[in-house]
Every structure is written in structure tokens, then in C-alpha cells.
Design a protein around this ligand. Structure first.
Ligand SMILES: [Zn+2]
Length: 215
């Protein structure tokens, strides 16, 4: 591999600052994490978007959350076909090996992936329909969600689709036999959240009302 380059200096400086302060002050904690292994209480599936900061909004420490991020926080349907399934692999490990108590899917406002799905499904982004578009084929997971929100006024559709990304993911999660078994035996609970980036609001899916309510 001839293409990799040394880190830019601003990152080296930030790393050295962390090593000299946070790491040094918590040396025992880090050693214990290394020797005892990880025991996260929750898995979080959130978007790659740089504005989504789940450790920050929950004040989470190193070792607390097992986090998987992908475009638009989507869980694909259960498909044991021998193909590459990064998200499904992360779910399998968290549930069957780490035995997390909570599995949280968190969506967010202004999601570019969801916007892309909306534009693709409404005919405004033909490039995403190409077979070679990784984003387009990934966002196919959310197509059933688009069908559910297509009748809403335009101003409400994107937010509703962002929340559908959470719901469809929860529905797909329940298609994984080991997730279904853990939920039904009450060893694990699943949760759906949606975070408004601009005003900090956190909403959670409420099965009683079938909608998202503010936390
Ligand atoms: Zn996003």
C-alpha cells in the first residue's frame, strides 16, 4: 500500500493532547477496559452524518456504547445469503456475543441519505436508480417507508421519512431470529429515536400512539 500518508499535524496535536490529559487521568479505567474486555450496555445504530453525536447527547464513556454507523441508520432485512453484510454482522455480534441490554436505532433531521431516498423515489434523482450507485441501492431499504409517506404534504414528508428509516430498521431487526428471541425473552429491548440537530430535541417511538413523542 503506497497511498497512505502520515496524519495531518492538527490531528497529531489533538491526539497528543488527549493522551496527555484524558487518557493519563483515566489510565486505570483504560487498562481495565483492555484487560476485562468490553461490556457495553447498549448498541446504537446511527447515521454517518458528522452532526449526529450519540456519545455526546448521552454523555457516554469509552466502553459504554457499541456503535454502528451507516448512511441513514438503516438495518437491512435479514438475508443470510453469504454476502457482505456489515450492519447485520454488527447486530449479530452485539446481540449474540456481547448480549447488550438495549438496541437503539437513532435517526436525525436533515439526513442526506433520507433526502436522497425521497428524491430517488419521487423521480428527482435518476442517478440514484443506477445499479452502480451504492447509496441508491442501500437506500432501497427505505423504499417501503417512502410508500407510507408519499401521500403527506411535501413539507412533512422528509421528516416522516427520517422517522420511517428508524421504524423500518426496527421492523427489519425483528426479522433477525436472534434479535426476535432476545426481545421476546425480555433479555433485550429495542428503541427508536429521532434527533433534531438544530434544536437538540430527542423524540422516541411510542408504540401506543404509533408516532414519535418528545423525550
Ligand atoms: Zn443521516
Amino acid at each position: 500500500m503506497q497511498n497512505a500518508r502520515p496524519l495531518p499535524s492538527y490531528l497529531i496535536q489533538r491526539y497528543q493532547g488527549w493522551r496527555a490529559t484524558t487518557f493519563t487521568e483515566n489510565r486505570v479505567w483504560y487498562r481495565r477496559l483492555a484487560e476485562d474486555g468490553q461490556h457495553p450496555r447498549a448498541m446504537v445504530i446511527s447515521c454517518c452524518d458528522s452532526r449526529v453525536h450519540v456519545t455526546s447527547i448521552f454523555g457516554a464513556d469509552t466502553g459504554e456504547f457499541f456503535i454502528h454507523r451507516n448512511v441513514a441508520n438503516l438495518v437491512p432485512p435479514y438475508a443470510p445469503d453469504g454476502d457482505y453484510h456489515g450492519t447485520s454482522a454488527a447486530v449479530e455480534y452485539a446481540v449474540t456475543a456481547l448480549k447488550v441490554a438495549h438496541l437503539i436505532v437513532m435517526g436525525h433531521s436533515q439526513c442526506g441519505g433520507v433526502r436522497g431516498c425521497h428524491d430517488m423515489c419521487s423521480g428527482q434523482a435518476p442517478e440514484l436508480e443506477e445499479r452502480t450507485s451504492f447509496v441508491g441501492r442501500w437506500m432501497d431499504i427505505l423504499r417501503p417507508g417512502y410508500e407510507r409517506v408519499a401521500g403527506l404534504p411535501e413539507g412533512e414528508r422528509i421528516r416522516a421519512l427520517e422517522q420511517q428509516a428508524v421504524l423500518i430498521s426496527l421492523e427489519n431487526l425483528m426479522g433477525f431470529p436472534f434479535v426476535k428471541a432476545a426481545v421476546e425473552s425480555q433479555e433485550m429491548s429495542i428503541h427508536g429515536l429521532w434527533n433534531n440537530i438544530g434544536d437538540g430535541t430527542l423524540m422516541q417511538y411510542d408504540p401506543a400512539s404509533g408516532g414519535f413523542v418528545t423525550v
